[in-house]
Design a protein around this ligand. Structure first.
Ligand SMILES: [Mg+2]
Length: 108
């Protein structure tokens, strides 16, 4: 999780450097812009480095939304670690790919 910690630290310092307290409305707007850019890059599919760049922008702007609502950076890291643990525990016995292509808990 070192990179996530660095990304959060950098994002906090970025806002502080410009003396900006993230606000929900603007944080959501830039997040949506970055999601659209990621989707567009992925749809084109011609430049993997650009897709990765846009995905990183989505991560940064998601952090901005959290900061606008006072989420403790440590809590964000903790939640990311929980996702890692949960995903690592999912197996073919517990989950399957459903009709929508989503990996979901088995119902059978
Ligand atoms: Mg972007």
């Amino acid at each position: 999780m070192d990179t996530l910690q660095e990304l959060i630290r950098s994002t906090l310092e970025f806002y502080a450097r410009f003396d900006v307290q993230p606000q929900l409305e603007s944080a959501v707007r830039v997040f949506r812009e970055e999601v659209d850019e990621l989707i567009e890059a992925a749809a084109l599919g011609t430049d993997p480095a650009h897709i990765a760049e846009e995905a990183a922008d989505v991560m940064v702007t998601a952090i901005g939304i959290c900061l606008s609502r006072g989420v403790d950076p440590a809590a964000l890291i903790e939640q990311a670690q929980k996702v890692v643990i949960k995903n690592d525990r999912k197996t073919h016995e517990t989950h399957a790919v459903n009709e929508q292509g989503k990996i979901a808990r088995r119902t059978d």
